[in-house]
Design a protein around this ligand. Structure first.
Ligand code: NAD
Length: 347
């Protein structure tokens, strides 16, 4: 038996592939078109694992996707492939429309064609898991309850709008064609192998290079944080027992303001790798002009997946942050390769 994972060379995809091969006895086909965010180094720990195959391909490439499905005959697809950086979606929304909307549509159509050709038992057991985000629900007031699966979609930036559009396609392919899909909405992930454009790795890398730690606006934006291995565990549970056509919210119950997150990174670094001049890394914090349409608060209620599938986050925020900071400090080579291959300095 085999599952196909798209976007497998990215942050969560690569963590998921490794987590899967550590806990399940089933092969994985990793598919990724290796955008700037896709990094084969993330999958290099699996280079000698005969259960893992990497294929370079675009979810929007109809012929390639269909022939890959026919060749490897996966019994499930987990779709992580997406453009994911909100700042890029503001400066160049077209890539988000092409991959997150059109790419998902083409992947769905090819999956439908492949699924229709399966025998009845295989058809019944097949699953398409679509990985979405809490950002589709839009911003919450300070006092508002965390969002449940029944909240309305109110995306506010091109990234979340493109993810919302893809979620609607997923739903429609279930309602219209009975394709067995499940959608998950997770809050902000953190942990190893995250491309250093995102807040946590960016701050760690800038701090150890004595560069400013940029915080948008007043730094009071609130996000819920989940350690990436807990997200992977949730997806495995959804794949095993999630109900077709359903959506599941996944969160860490760890709301923090951005400034709290950055201060925590600085405090950890002060302990683990003190600055040579004995100053604190917090001195590097620098407030920059806020991002347009910046959502003030996201918070997610994951009681449905907890009750129905018995999932719970296991790594608390403090422990996860310490593991994360130590991981980036211990993976200098990984970081230098990324910076070298993108031929640009990390801002
Ligand atoms: P990422 O940017 O690190 O990885 C995305 C991967 O998708 C990259 O390897 C990239 O090369 C690949 N990709 C992009 N376009 C592709 C295409 N057309 N065909 C094939 N592969 C393509 O992103 P991530 O943080 O790992 O996020 C993975 C998924 O999880 C995304 O769908 C994202 O919306 C969702 N998500 C992320 C978070 C988070 O905090 N990172 C939270 C909730 C949901």
């Amino acid at each position: 038996m085999t599952i196909l994972v798209t976007g497998a060379a990215g942050f969560i995809g690569s963590n998921f592939v490794m987590d899967w091969l550590n806990s399940e006895d089933e092969n994985i086909i990793s598919l990724d078109n290796l955008t700037y965010a896709g990094n084969l180094d993330n999958l290099s720990p699996l280079s000698n694992d005969s259960r893992h195959f990497f294929v370079k391909g675009d979810i929007g490439d109809t012929e390639y996707i269909f022939s890959t499905l026919k060749k490897y005959k996966p019994r499930a697809i987990v779709n992580f492939a997406a453009e994911t950086h909100v700042d890029n979606s503001i400066s160049e929304p077209i890539n988000f429309i092409e991959t997150n909307i059109l790419g998902t549509y083409k992947l769905l159509q090819n999956t439908l064609l492949y699924w229709k050709g399966l025998e009845d038992t295989q058809k019944n057991n097949f699953r398409f898991i679509h990985i979405s985000t809490d950002e589709v629900y839009g911003a919450l007031d300070k006092a508002a309850n965390p969002v449940t699966e029944r909240n309305c979609y109110m995306p506010n930036n091109p990234y979340s709008a493109s993810k919302a559009a893809s979620d609607h396609l997923i739903r429609a392919w279930y309602q219209t064609y009975n394709l067995p899909v499940v959608t998950t909405h997770c809050s902000n992930n953190f942990g190893p192998f995250q491309f250093p454009e995102k807040l946590i790795p960016l701050c760690i890398i800038n701090a150890i290079n004595d560069k400013p730690l940029p915080l948008y606006g007043d730094g009071q934006q609130v996000r819920d944080w989940l350690y990436v291995s807990d997200h992977c565990d949730a997806i495995r549970k959804v794949l095993k027992n999630g109900q077709m056509g359903e959506t599941y919210n996944i969160g860490g119950n760890s709301e923090r303001t951005n400034i709290e997150v950055v201060q925590m990174i600085c405090n950890l670094l002060d302990d683990i790798r003190p600055m040579k001049n004995k100053s604190s890394y917090t001195k590097l914090i620098s407030f920059v002009k806020d991002r347009p349409g910046h959502d003030r608060r996201y918070a997610i209620d994951s009681s449905k997946i907890q009750k129905e599938l018995g999932w719970q986050p296991k790594v608390n925020f403090e422990l996860g942050m310490e593991k994360t900071v130590r991981w980036y400090l211990d993976h200098d080579e990984w970081l230098r390769n990324i910076i070298r291959s993108h031929n640009k300095e990390v801002k």
